[in-house]
Design a protein around this ligand. Sequence first.
Ligand code: ATP
Ligand code: MG
Length: 253
Amino acid sequence: MDTNETKTYLALLICAGILVLLIIVYVLSLMKHQRKNVSLYKEKVQAEITALENERRRFVSDLHDDFGPVLSSVKLHVASLSPSSADDEALQKKSLHLINDMLSQIHQIANNLMPNALERKGVVIALKQFADDINSTGKIKITVSSESNDLDVVKKDEIHIYRIIQEAIHNTLKHSKADRMMIDFKNTTQDIRFTIDDNGIGYNYDSSSKNSLGLGLKNIISRVEMLDGEIFIDTAVGKGTHYSIIIPNAQNQ
Ligand SMILES: Nc1ncnc2c1ncn2[C@@H]1O[C@H](COP(=O)(O)OP(=O)(O)OP(=O)(O)O)[C@@H](O)[C@H]1O
Ligand SMILES: [Mg+2]
């Protein structure tokens, strides 16, 4: 190889090296950009979830503090009327009956939006009550089991565990044709582990994650991420649906 050939060879080698370097830099910046987009998207979804929970809380407290007392006062006024005829008395009874219905519907709506038991007795009891309500329809038997009714989690995180299971229950009722559903909690020294199983028709998780992951499943996954947890989804057509979720306990948050 003469000197000219060596020079050309070296120049080509340097060009190839620079090209490879440029490609590496380009791919790395593309990956960084993608990671940034994913994390921005996650932050956006998590902010939406937080805003939604705050809005629900505000709405429930408006219902409870404003609407409820006004209606109770209307009830007192109607009850204090002295009807002068049998027709008026029947009208008064009917009005009181309607007001009572409205009061219990307000209570029901408020409880569905933000369960009273969640704040007072914790997520396990609140879910047991939610399951009991559904079991009373006789269409499905949902069991909520836990060694303890107190989960070792930060109080503000309980709402996310509640919503995850509430959505899983809604999905089982809506899509699965299951007649059994089991929810089981375990406190370990490090974390809280819970499993959610139904014996329904199952679904193809890969295809639904690619094409039609609904808001419900997306929100389950986002809430698990907000809790710094992990979720394992095991389902297939004809196999039922099984979720296993692990979140760090209060000491490890
Ligand atoms: N327990 C289940 N059994 C059978 N199919 C399920 C179950 N859970 C979810 N799926 C399937 O996964 C899809 C996505 O569920 P996802 O909760 O994300 O959306 P959705 O329930 O259809 O709508 P929404 O946004 O109101 O929750 C469902 O449409 C359904 O096909
Ligand atoms: Mg759903």
